[in-house]
Design a protein around this ligand. Structure first.
Ligand code: ATP
Ligand code: MG
Length: 254
């Protein structure tokens, strides 16, 4: 069975795309067949992985109705459906259609047999593209930068996931939350994570991603952290996150 996962947080710049790149690559290195889907009109995932072609983008499938999503192969076990900046228009163009939260779910359905993981990089909003991602997902995984306001934002994303769960996709649930840019020396970071554990209990991953410059540098050369700096803290931390996600495979029906 395939796990379809949205990596989402409507707050901008919290490490969603960095997490999709490195969790996706880490899973592929562990022998899983992985498809990444760039659902953000900023196309940061597409650019970070050094993909320039925007033919077969999510936009083409969504709006031009090319019918099928055609993945581009990046390396063994790792494919991507790229985004183009045109995707920003999709939110507006799809708004007028009925059943407009189910487009991605319908497009992904035939691909479920081909992958162990389909991971979507969501934009920093809870707009129609993110709703489509949740409607298509079994799981939502939330990276959190441990600031005071992060806790407030969580209440909103929980509400939206629950809204999708009661209307279009009863399967979807928040399966994991993890800290990014975490500094264990900062009392605030520890306090915020304690509060988040009160909300999410054992769904908070033990592994935390520290601030690590190599994670910010790797996209400039189109590489994941395991290629770019295998001995870095970033590679170590995302390696642990990947192991915890793999450890959940029994629970999530593989
Ligand atoms: N652990 C980290 N340490 C240092 N820099 C990081 C880390 N994680 C992400 N970054 C950097 O922080 C910036 C924001 O990260 P990223 O693009 O992954 O966030 P995002 O949530 O996808 O942003 P957006 O909401 O715009 O899509 C990027 O420049 C990225 O390289
Ligand atoms: Mg992003």
């Amino acid at each position: 069975m395939c796990r379809v996962i949205s990596i989402s947080n409507h707050k901008g710049g919290v490490g969603k795309t960095t997490s999709v790149v490195n969790i996706g690559a880490g899973l592929a290195y562990k022998g899983r067949k992985v498809l990444l889907i760039d659902l953000d009109p900023q196309a940061n995932l597409t650019i970070s992985l050094g993909v320039s072609e925007t033919d077969n983008s999510v936009y083409d499938a969504l709006v031009k109705k090319t019918e099928t999503l055609k993945p581009v192969n990046l390396k063994p076990g790792l494919d991507i459906i790229p985004a183009s900046t045109e995707l920003a228009a999709a939110e507006i163009e799809l708004n007028t259609e009925t059943d407009n939260e189910k487009h991605i779910a319908n497009l992904i359905e035939p691909l479920r047999n081909e992958y162990d993981y389909i991971i979507m990089d969501c934009p920093p909003s809870l707009g129609l593209l993110t709703l489509n991602a949740f409607a298509a997902s079994d799981e939502v995984i939330i990276p959190i930068q441990p600031h005071f306001l992060a806790v407030k934002g969580l209440a909103k994303i929980i509400e939206v996931v629950n809204g999708i769960k009661t209307t279009v996709n009863e399967k979807v649930e928040i399966s994991a939350v993890f800290a990014v840019m975490y500094d264990k020396r900062k009392i605030l970071h520890k306090d915020v994570m304690d509060t988040i554990i009160m909300y999410f209990d054992d769904r908070v991953l033990n592994a935390k991603v520290r601030e690590n410059i190599a994670l910010a540098e790797a996209p400039a050369v189109g590489q994941d952290i395991f290629e770019y700096a295998p001995d870095s803290n970033g590679a170590f931390d995302y390696g642990r996150i990947v192991n915890e996600i793999i450890a959940m495979e029994d629970k999530f029906g593989k």
